[in-house]
Design a protein. Structure first.
Length: 307
């Protein structure tokens, strides 16, 4: 891909994790459109009609509305760069910008219940191999800190502060960094993994073989983590879970435990609190319990008919 290509220039402005995921999306679009291997120049020449065709192709391919909207944002961004570099016409960018976002359900996805999380860890902790120790640490970090998969695989050993038990996400969504605090049970799984991994420089969660060999300079891929999550959850009878449901579980559990929503927003790395509310999966039973605890009585008043 040429360094002067608008596609490359657009990707270069993104964080490493976003660059990887958006780049993968663009590659998938090119494959669905039957474009050649050197597909990057095609994105700079997309006009209004072709943008609509691409959206229809992605819909027919079964892409979720969120993924399609994200792809269309990338296309608009590439065409804008193409305009600035003199490759595309300003009218094309303006017309593409008028394409509406696809609507999607507000409450997409399902978090795990507390009993499902316990069942999952009961299964995971039974293994004593290096692979098992690494895998249980992966789930501990996803459910204990709310890491995105792309953030998880990018972690290196120096991102973990062993004294304060914190993780530094250097390039999160929007290329923003944040500090994550680990619960004690998460710290314990991390300690067991590091005893096997040792304190060698490299990826925190790295390539691990069934014979116990650990290669710290080879990281995991988001697709490998995806397959791991799907297989382990299917093993406990939760077959249709999305890997992003690990993050939904983290956020919902914090809210269930009465952590204020702005703190949850910061822990999740959301720029806007409205994003955090989309992840709120507390059910009617939780709201019923909250209503039962609502009280305006001062201490010492026992009349149940008085609020």
């Amino acid at each position: 891909m040429s360094t002067v290509c608008p596609c490359a220039l657009y990707l270069g402005r993104l964080s490493p994790t976003s660059r990887s995921s958006i780049g993968s999306q663009l590659k998938s679009i090119a494959r669905l459109m039957n474009w050649p291997d050197d597909y990057a120049p095609y994105f700079a020449k997309i006009d209004y009609q072709q943008a609509l065709v691409i959206r229809a192709v992605l819909t027919n391919a079964g892409w979720q509305p969120r993924s399609i909207n994200r792809a269309m944002i990338a296309i608009r961004g590439i065409v804008k760069v193409a305009v600035m570099t003199g490759i595309a016409d300003q009218k094309d960018a303006a017309h593409i910008a008028t394409i509406n976002r696809l609507k999607h359900p507000e409450h997409q996805g399902t978090p795990l219940s507390a009993s499902q999380v316990n069942q999952l860890f009961d299964m995971l902790v039974n293994g004593n191999s290096a692979v098992s120790k690494r895998n249980v640490t992966i789930f501990a970090l996803l459910l204990g800190t709310g890491l995105r998969r792309s953030e998880l695989v990018s972690l290196i050993l120096s991102d973990y502060d062993r004294r304060n038990h914190t993780l530094l996400v250097r390039h999160g969504k929007g290329n923003k960094s944040r500090l994550l605090f680990m619960p004690k049970w998460c710290q314990e799984h991390m300690a067991e993994w590091l005893r096997l991994r040792r304190l060698e420089d490299g990826y925190l969660l790295c390539k691990t073989y069934t014979n116990g060999k650990i290669v710290t300079d080879v990281g995991l891929t988001v697709s490998a983590v995806y397959r791991l999550i799907k297989s382990k959850l299917a093993a406990i009878g939760v077959p249709n879970v999305s890997p992003h449901d690990m993050r939904r579980t983290f956020i919902t559990r914090l809210l269930e435990q009465n952590v204020d929503i702005n703190t949850v927003r910061q822990m999740a790395g959301h720029a806007d609190i409205s994003t955090t509310t989309v992840y709120d999966k507390r059910d009617h039973q939780f709201m019923k319990q909250a209503a039962l605890t609502l009280c305006y009585r001062s201490a010492g008043r026992n009349n149940d008919r008085t609020p």
